[in-house]
Design a protein around this ligand. Structure first.
Ligand SMILES: [Zn+2]
Length: 531
């Protein structure tokens, strides 16, 4: 069944629960509260906050959320499971923790595959069904909206559709508001999801909202979620940036614009889709996991054009080269510029950056680009340094600080706090900032870190906004392998202020100088653009 246009599709975000299962990510309670604020700003219907009872952090999250979070558009949801096999609902710890979380809605996971009931739970199918019905009734009686995650639904349905439908009916009859069909192992393909969701929709009709919860193990989580909506689902679960265990959960940052811009459905409150790119980057930043530059809609390269000969054609007819208007999702067109760039590309880039450069300056930019790329610079990868180069070509000089001198000392044998002697590094910088001379020394875990700290000490009082700017990645490449330690070093630095990400570049035979060039550009760019 294809929904008619402008159907409301609910968005259920599980970044704070399923999303945090991803390897290498851990979020403090404070981080989780900040992420919830971002999700509310984006305007998702439901925010699954965690599993109270599974860990003390999640209990604390729900306690603080009820006092500190003021949600405008989203409903907070606590996650748990059905009661234990052969247990009673009123003495079940999981259910009690769910009620005590105090959220208006709860989501419980229920075994909906016969194989999992008999093998994992080691109980009968009748008991499996009773566990669902009892738990839904208990939570409904406690005044909660009850969503049921039907775990392993698609695999269960393929093996024994009769039991999977019985489990689903048990939830519906007991009063669940939503039955969420889960592709828990992530192995399904769109045509299977489409058929099974249509079948379920035929069974339950519109008595209950059908939801979809996909994982990306076949690379089809987005396609599967879209297929489910086309087959009758009205509730989509997923995570921002597709975070999640193994290959990740269904990526809401792709699904939401697909549903709104391609199928004409409503997912977010009017006008909120334009927050998508900044929320995606902000959450990535809070979790210390950079957004993939190639991510659809929100990646820094999602609307990047390596213009070449087509530069002027793109400028004339942008819509001929972009599948949607990047502004619709809060992103922008970006022109990728290299030494091959001609005047047209430079003019386009200037327009993109809002820079007014005259003819001779365009010529100067092209000359600088050719010379610097020959030295080993690579501006395609470092848009922020390119912007500064273009500004400088028309006579601009950064007004924020000037360097009088800089010294870095690294000595072996300095005592480390953990006992083992290591290399100690300290940097001293002398900067002029707003007419005043600042002299600062800082220690670091390496020369770049020490310089970064000392420069920030010198700038902090004049530019407090720099506190929000920090480095997220530092890549070093040796360009002339044959020269060994005499080779040229290229440093790429990624930085962010939590909403905007940028990359700068430095090249020199001296690794510290190369690093400083990239760091200086990074700070200047941050000062130019971070309010
Ligand atoms: Zn999941």
């Amino acid at each position: 069944m294809t929904p008619t246009s402008a159907t409301q599709i609910e968005v259920f975000d599980t970044t704070l629960r399923d999303g945090l299962q991803v390897e290498g990510v851990s979020a403090s309670v404070e981080d989780k509260l900040r992420i919830a604020e971002q999700l509310d700003l984006l305007g998702v219907h439901y925010i699954e906050g965690g599993w109270p009872g599974a860990n003390p952090k999640d209990i604390e999250f729900f306690a603080r959320a009820s006092n500190e979070l003021r949600l405008n558009t989203s409903t907070l949801v606590a996650f748990g499971s059905t009661r234990r096999p052969r247990g009673k609902v009123d003495t079940d710890d999981t259910l009690r923790n769910l009620v005590e979380a105090g959220t208006p809605a709860v989501c419980i996971v229920a075994k909906s595959s016969a194989y999992h009931v008999t093998e994992a739970l080691q109980t009968t199918l009748d008991e499996g069904e009773a566990m669902i019905a009892d738990s839904v009734r208990f939570l409904g009686a406690a005044g909660r909206l009850v969503l049921v995650d039907m775990e392993h639904f698609f695999d269960g349905f393929k093996a024994d559709a009769e039991f999977s439908l019985r489990a689903l009916e048990a939830a519906v009859v007991a009063g669940a508001s939503h039955v969420v069909l889960c592709d828990t192992n992530g192995g399904s393909l769109p045509h299977e999801v489409s058929e099974i969701v249509a079948d379920v929709h035929g069974h339950v009709g519109n008595d209950v909202t059908i939801g979809i919860h996909c994982h990306d193990d076949t690379g089809c989580a987005v396609a599967n979620s879209m297929a489910a909506v086309r087959a009758g689902a009205r509730h989509v679960q997923g995570t921002l940036n597709g975070l999640g265990e193994r290959t990740g959960n269904a990526n809401l940052t792709t699904i939401i614009p697909n549903l709104e811009l391609k199928l004409g459905h409503r997912c977010l409150p009017e006008g909120h889709l334009t927050h998508l790119t900044s929320v995606s980057h902000h959450v990535a930043e809070l979790l210390n996991r950079a957004v993939n530059p190639q991510a659809p809609y929100v990646g820094t390269g999602a609307f990047a054009h390596k213009a070449g000969l087509h530069a002027s054609a793109i400028a004339r007819r942008k819509d001929a080269y972009e599948h949607v208007d990047p502004k619709a999702v809060g992103n922008g067109t970006r022109f990728v510029v290299s030494e091959m760039a001609g005047r047209a590309t430079i003019n386009l880039k200037a327009a993109e950056l809002g820079l007014d450069i005259d003819g001779p300056s365009v010529g100067a930019v092209i000359d600088d680009l050719k010379r610097l790329e020959h030295e080993g610079y690579h501006f395609e990868a470092a848009d922020a340094s390119l912007e500064l180069l273009m500004r400088r070509a028309s006579g601009w000089e950064q007004p924020f600080f000037t360097v009088e001198s800089m010294r870095v000392i690294t000595d072996q044998g300095a005592p480390a706090p953990q006992g083992r002697p290591g290399m100690g590094t300290e940097a001293t910088v002398k900067l002029w900032v707003a007419g005043e001379r600042h002299v600062h020394t800082a220690e670091g875990n390496g020369p770049v870190n020490a310089i970064d700290k000392a420069v920030r000490l010198a700038l902090a009082s004049t530019y407090p906004q720099l506190a929000r700017v920090h480095l997220t990645d530092f890549k070093v490449r040796i360009l002339d392998g044959a020269g060994a330690t005499g080779a040229v070093t290229r440093v790429l630095l990624d930085a962010t202020d939590g909403e905007r990400d940028w990359t700068t570049i430095g090249v020199s035979p001296n690794i510290i100088e190369a690093s400083w060039r990239a760091l200086e550009d990074s700070l200047v760019y941050g000062l130019l653009h971070t309010a």
